[in-house]
Design a protein around this ligand. Structure first.
Ligand code: FMN
Length: 223
């Protein structure tokens, strides 16, 4: 698979088979992804790979928290700015609408939408997952570099025929996740990632999200 093919093939997979991915495969993916660039070669990423009992422990801890206050935010700031503006607002809205249209879930069916959202907290069925953590003293630049590393993980997985879904759904529960996994300050959990074999029969995995055209986000100067 070429880099171009991997970039186009990678999607956020939201239904996985229960077929496990071996520790050796996860290690091989991380071995490739660690070649991600980072400012000053600081390599600000930390990864906690979970399967089996550890995966269950995180799920149980977050399920318990969800029972008491499903939307309580443990992160230093909310995932999105409070009131997203255009064009970002419409893009966010659109991808949700496209997904629920595919699933045949109308806007009014809040229960079905909530149930799908909750699938995040079982990693969409993936038997293993990654959590990404960063030293809380880092600046926004290093957070960007962590994101670049995460994308490299997705592409390395794609190259092996594996699927991923980055999951900021865990971010509001980052302290709960951190406690369940023994992540200690100054590290803090940023994001999760389901990783595994995509369910080829799941309609949700046919979603192809839209993108702005290059000229909408690029200004060429001096060409
Ligand atoms: C950092 C990050 C966190 C994300 N968190 C979630 C999540 O919690 N749940 C989810 O279903 N999708 C999540 N997504 C997937 C995005 O919705 C998705 O990337 C976007 O709609 C584009 O679709 P694509 O990944 O299929 O190309 C996340 C993506 C990124 C990059």
């Amino acid at each position: 698979m070429t880099v171009s093919e991997a970039l186009k093939a990678r999607i956020s997979t939201r239904a996985f088979l229960d077929t496990p991915v071996s520790k050796a495969d996860i290690e091989a993916i991380l071995e490739e992804a660690r070649w991600a660039a980072s400012g000053g070669n600081v390599q600000p990423w930390h990864v906690i790979a979970v399967a089996g009992e550890a995966r269950q422990r995180v799920m149980d801890a977050v399920q318990e928290k969800l029972k008491t206050d499903p939307f309580a935010n443990e992160a230093d700031f909310p995932v999105y700015p409070e009131s997203l503006w255009e064009p970002y607002r419409s893009r966010r809205f659109q991808v949700g609408e496209d997904m629920y249209a595919l699933l045949g879930v109308p806007r009014e069916d809040k229960a079905a939408r909530f149930a799908h959202l909750m699938e995040n907290y079982r990693f969409f069925g993936a038997p293993q997952a990654l959590f990404f953590a960063i030293d809380a003293r880092m600046n926004p630049n290093q957070w960007a570099h962590l994101g670049m590393f995460m994308m490299c993980v997705c592409l390395a997985a794609q190259g092996r025929g594996l699927a991923t879904c980055m999951q900021e759904a865990w971010t509001p529960h980052c302290r709960t996740v951190g406690q369940a996994l023994g992540v200690e300050a100054p590290l803090k959990v940023y994001c999760g990632m389901a990783i595994g074999h995509a369910d080829p029969d799941a309609v949700v995995n046919t979603l192809r999200s839209r993108r702005a055209e290059v000229d909408e986000f690029t200004r060429f100067e001096g060409f």
